[in-house]
Design a protein around this ligand. Structure first.
Ligand code: GLU
Length: 417
C-alpha cells in the first residue's frame, strides 16, 4: 500500500543523502514527535450523537512551536496527517520562520454538516485537544475544508478554557482568524499570493516574467482562487481551471473574479459560462506555460506528467506530484517549484499574524505583502543556490536548505539527557 508519509520521508531522505546526514538525524526526522488522537461526541441537529475522531500530529519543534493547519476532509487519516505534518517542518525551516511542523484534522466532509453542527464539532474538538495546542506550543491554522470562521471558533473555545486574565493573550493559539478577531491582513490570499511570488522570483532569476504566461490551475479553493487572482494581476492569463465538480478551458482567459462569483453560488466550476467544459484529464493536456496543482495529493501522476505541456509546475497543494511523475518531469526538463516553497506563503503570513498578536499590532496589507515577497524570494534564491551546489532538482535543493537549518539547531541542542 502506498503511504503518503513514506513519500514525505523519501523526499527528505534524498536530500539527507546529498548532505551526508547522520543516521540519528534521519531517524529523528522520519517519525513525528507526538501523535494525538481524540474521540469526542457531538450532538447533531436532529438530536442524535455522533462520535468523531480528530488528529493532531506534531512532527518537530526544534526551530519553534509546532505549526500547521487543520484539515476537514473524508481522506484524513493518520498517514495523511503524518505526511502533512512532516512537510510543515521542512516548509517552516525553508522559509526561515521560528516554527516547527504539525498538522491535524477530522475525517469528515464539512459540506454534510450545518453551520451549527460544524461549530459544535470545532469547539468540542478544541476542547478535546486541550493543552495539546497552545499559543507557544502548537498553533493550528486553516487548511482544506476549514476557514477563518473555524479558527475563530477554535480561538474562542481555547480562550474560554484559559485563565480569566489570559483570555486575550492566548488568541495567537490559532492563525488564519478573521481580521476583525485578530487575523492578519493578507492571510486569506497568502497561499495563492505565495504561488505567484515564488513563480515571479524563479522567473526573475531565470530571465523570464509572469507577464503573458498561460496558466492552468487544478483546484479553485482558497489556494487556487487566490493563485488565479494574483497571477492575473501580475499579467498572466488563466486558460484553464478545474475543481472536484468540473473543468473549463478558455484560450482568451478566465476572469478569476467572475469564476469565483459563479463557484460561490453554484458550489463548483461545473456549468460555469466562463469557458468550454473539458474533462479532468484534458486539463493536464491544455496548452500552457505554467501548471498550478492546488487541490489534493497525488494528482500529478506519471500519465499526466507525460501529457503536460507546461515547462514549470508550481505546487500550490501539498504533495500533488507522485514520485513516479517526479522522475518523468525531471526527465522531460519540466521545472517543479516544490510544495514546501510553492505553498509556503500561507504559513509565512500565519507567522506574521502570530507576531502581530504578540505585539498587539496590525500591519497594513502592503507591509504584509512586501515582507512575504522578501521571505519567499530569499527562500527561492537559497533553493536555486543549493540546486547549483548539488546539481539536483529544486525539490531536493529545498530540502537541503531546510535540513541544514534543522540539523544545525538539532546538533547544538543535542539529544536529552
Ligand atoms: N495549511 C497551510 C499549509 O499547509 C497553512 C499552515 C499554517 O498557516 O500554519 O501550509
Amino acid at each position: 500500500m502506498s503511504s503518503l508519509h513514506l513519500n514525505a520521508v523519501r523526499q527528505f531522505e534524498q536530500a539527507a543523502s546529498l548532505l551526508g546526514l547522520s543516521e540519528a538525524d534521519r531517524a529523528i526526522l522520519a517519525v513525528p514527535k507526538n501523535e494525538v488522537i481524540v474521540n469526542f461526541p457531538v450532538t447533531m441537529d436532529n438530536g442524535t450523537v455522533e462520535v468523531l475522531t480528530g488528529y493532531r500530529v506534531q512532527h518537530n519543534n526544534s526551530l519553534g512551536p509546532y505549526k500547521g493547519g487543520m484539515r476537514f476532509s473524508p481522506a484524513v487519516d493518520l498517514d495523511e496527517v503524518r505526511a502533512l505534518a512532516t512537510w510543515m517542518t521542512f516548509k517552516t525551516a525553508l522559509v526561515d520562520i521560528p516554527f516547527g511542523g504539525a498538522k491535524g484534522g477530522i475525517a469528515i466532509d464539512p459540506r454534510n454538516y450545518s453551520a451549527g453542527e460544524l461549530e459544535r464539532i470545532v469547539r468540542r474538538f478544541t476542547f478535546a485537544l486541550g493543552s495539546n495546542i497552545g499559543p507557544d506550543h502548537d498553533i493550528p491554522a486553516p487548511d482544506m475544508g476549514t476557514n477563518a470562521q473555524t479558527m475563530v471558533w477554535m480561538m474562542d473555545t481555547y480562550s474560554s478554557m484559559a485563565s480569566v486574565a489570559d483570555r486575550h493573550t492566548v488568541r495567537r493559539v490559532v492563525t488564519g482568524k478573521t481580521v476583525a478577531t485578530g487575523g492578519s491582513r493578507g492571510r486569506d490570499k497568502a497561499t495563492g499570493q505565495g504561488v505567484t511570488f515564488v513563480l515571479d522570483a524563479w522567473l526573475n532569476r531565470t530571465g523570464g516574467s509572469i507577464d503573458g504566461k498561460r496558466v492552468a490551475i487544478q483546484g479553485f479553493g482558497n489556494v487556487g482562487e487566490h493563485a488565479a487572482r494574483t497571477l492575473v494581476k501580475a499579467g498572466a492569463t488563466v486558460v484553464a481551471a478545474a475543481d472536484h465538480t468540473g473543468a473549463i478551458y478558455n484560450g482568451n482567459g478566465i476572469d478569476p473574479e467572475q469564476l469565483w462569483q459563479y463557484t460561490s453560488t453554484h458550489h463548483g466550476i461545473k456549468g460555469a459560462p466562463d469557458g468550454e467544459p473539458i474533462t479532468d484529464d484534458d486539463l493536464w493536456r491544455v496548452d500552457c506555460d505554467v501548471f498550478v496543482p492546488a487541490a489534493l495529493e497525488n494528482q500529478l501522476c506519471e500519465r499526466r506528467a507525460l501529457d503536460l505541456t507546461a515547462t514549470v509546475v508550481v505546487e500550490g497543494a501539498n504533495g500533488p506530484t507522485t514520485p513516479e511523475a517526479e522522475l518523468v518531469l525531471a526527465d522531460r526538463g519540466v521545472t517543479v517549484l516544490p510544495d514546501i516553497l510553492g505553498n509556503a506563503g500561507g504559513v509565512t503570513v500565519s507567522y506574521f499574524e502570530w507576531v502581530q498578536n504578540r505585539a498587539g499590532d496590525a500591519w497594513t496589507l502592503s507591509d504584509v505583502d512586501a515582507r512575504l515577497r522578501r521571505l519567499l524570494r530569499d527562500a527561492t534564491d537559497e533553493t536555486l543556490a543549493a540546486a547549483k551546489e548539488f546539481d539536483c532538482t529544486l525539490r531536493d535543493a529545498a530540502y537541503v536548505v531546510a535540513l541544514r537549518r534543522l540539523t544545525t539547531v538539532m546538533a547544538q541542542r543535542g539529544v536529552f539527557p
